[in-house]
Design a protein. Structure first.
Length: 391
């Protein structure tokens, strides 16, 4: 028996790189990438805020050589890459005012986490983090958030290539999926709100719906009853920070599981991996995904909790939602033992190579979700056989 109801609907949304909050996430993570390139042991907590013709960086950065990093240039390069290049729209890479209020990390925090070796390094903060996986999709992710990300990512590609020439950077997508016995069976509705140049709404709705149907066609979930809502207000021309202020860390559900899993509340972007808000959430996903891929459960949620300055987790809890082949208590004890997965922050950073990203960057995590994309080391399925042998 599982805890699934026979039929239910679940919705998730994703937002584009040009969404004001996502723009801020990407600037923060681009600053982080630059800091880690200068000093892999850098301590970074970089926040970004954006509004009409304004970008502000604030937070704490410490490390060797980080004082030479040009954060203003990073911010302007990110905004230019995203595509905000028209001053008349109220926000452009070459006209916005830039302010910085960044200082070094508090020594009260540093003394608890800078202990010289991976094993004894303390957690960078207190709090709880969650990791999740489900076998409902090939990515071991919930279908609503994966499909929402797919729509946003594809429309971003079409915009950058000029295939729909009137698209501008800001957009959102929301997908409502009908589940039967825990499996996605059809799409109830698809909402796409995309910033455009002044274009007849009938043309916008026709073009975007046609593309959205094509993007989702291989899922087998689109039917005659699927409702498509495109720019429901009738116009979306003022977008990005000119339309709504942006802040780093306001899209934590978009970044994770689309609301299908609990969230500890900590954001990811702009934080170096000593911050367990980020690294432990990545590691919990890593463990949960391998557990599900090993066939031990159809769904797995892991909660882990830390105290600042303390290396070992205070608690670790596993939930299988009635789908497990072993007890949740046994799996929790196994994970806490460190036999296969070591949840001490320094060990997480070392195992996943989080100080020196290879083949990926932190700024790449900001769009498309932090989970469900194999480019990242926490998505590896390299412990499946060991889990099968252990259980």
């Amino acid at each position: 028996m599982t805890d699934y109801v026979n039929s239910h609907i679940f919705s998730s949304e994703a937002v584009s790189e040009g969404h004001p909050d996502k723009l801020c996430d990407k600037i923060s993570d681009a600053v982080l990438d630059a800091c880690l390139a200068a000093d892999p042991d850098a301590r970074v907590a970089c926040e970004t805020a954006a509004a009409t013709d304004l970008v502000v960086n604030l937070g704490e950065i410490s490390g060797s050589g980080v004082e030479n990093i040009d954060t203003e240039k990073i911010a302007r390069d990110v905004v230019k890459e995203i595509g905000y290049d028209r001053p008349k729209e109220g926000f452009s890479w070459n006209t916005f005012k830039y302010l910085s209020h960044i200082h070094s990390q508090s020594p009260d925090i540093a003394m608890g986490i800078s202990r010289g070796d991976d094993v004894s390094q303390g957690a960078g903060d207190q709090g709880m983090m969650f990791g999740y996986a489900t076998n409902a999709t090939p990515e071991y992710m919930p279908a609503p958030i994966m499909l929402s990300h797919r729509l946003v990512s594809e429309f971003s590609r079409l915009r950058h290539k000029g295939e729909i020439p009137y698209l501008r950077p800001d957009s959102k997508a929301q997908v409502s999926v009908v589940f039967m016995d825990g499996r996605p069976v059809r799409l109830k509705s698809v909402v796409v709100s995309h910033q455009t140049e002044p274009v007849d709404i009938a043309v916008v709705r026709r073009d975007i719906e046609e593309r959205a149907r094509d993007i989702l066609s291989d899922t087998g979930l689109v039917g005659n009853e699927t409702r498509f809502l495109i720019n429901p207000t009738g116009r979306f021309e003022i977008g990005g920070p000119a339309g709504d202020a942006g802040l780093t860390g306001r899209k934590i559900i978009v970044d994770t599981y689309g609301g299908s899993c609990s969230h500890g509340g900590g954001a990811f972007s702009g934080k170096d991996p000593s911050k367990v808000d980020r690294s432990a959430a990545y590691y919990a996903r890593y463990a949960a995904k391998n557990i599900v891929a090993a066939g031990i459960a159809e769904r797995c949620r892991i909660q882990v909790a830390y105290a600042i300055g303390i290396a070992r987790p205070l608690s670790l809890s596993v939930s299988f939602f009635g789908t497990g082949t072993v007890s949740e208590e046994r799996m929790s004890d196994f994970l806490l033992s460190g036999e296969l997965f070591d949840f001490r922050p320094g060990c997480i950073v070392a195992e996943l190579g989080l100080k020196k990203p290879s083949g990926w960057s932190y700024s790449e995590t900001t769009n498309g979700g932090h989970f469900g994309r194999d480019v990242f080391p926490w998505e590896r399925l390299d412990k499946v056989d060991a889990l099968r042998n252990a259980f």
